[in-house]
Design a protein around this ligand. Structure first.
Ligand SMILES: [Zn+2]
Length: 86
């Protein structure tokens, strides 16, 4: 839980670099399945306006480490969970 909250707060303190940091996107947790020898789910923190390529720059994108629960982190981003009542 500690790592997760630290990660959440660190992510909220930065801003998507797209369009010189004027991107209006929110950070979301997204899952991508890779099919290697075993099928594994890889989670990312990404900007939810990733599809917008009209301006220069690239949207925020970061692979999540294994010690972070992506479901819970996603809830924090969505506002379904809050840090303060934990
Ligand atoms: Zn963005």
């Amino acid at each position: 839980m500690f790592f997760l909250i630290r990660k959440y707060l660190a992510t909220m303190s930065i801003h998507c670099p797209f369009d010189d940091g004027k991107c209006q996107g929110q950070f979301v947790c997204q899952k991508k399945s890779t099919k290697t020898s075993v099928e594994t789910d890889v989670w990312f923190i990404g900007c939810n306006r990733w599809w917008d390529k009209s301006k220069k720059g690239s949207h925020y994108f970061e692979k999540l480490k294994n010690d972070i629960d992506p479901i819970l982190l996603g809830k924090l981003f969505n506002g379904d969970e809050t840090v303060s009542n934990k």
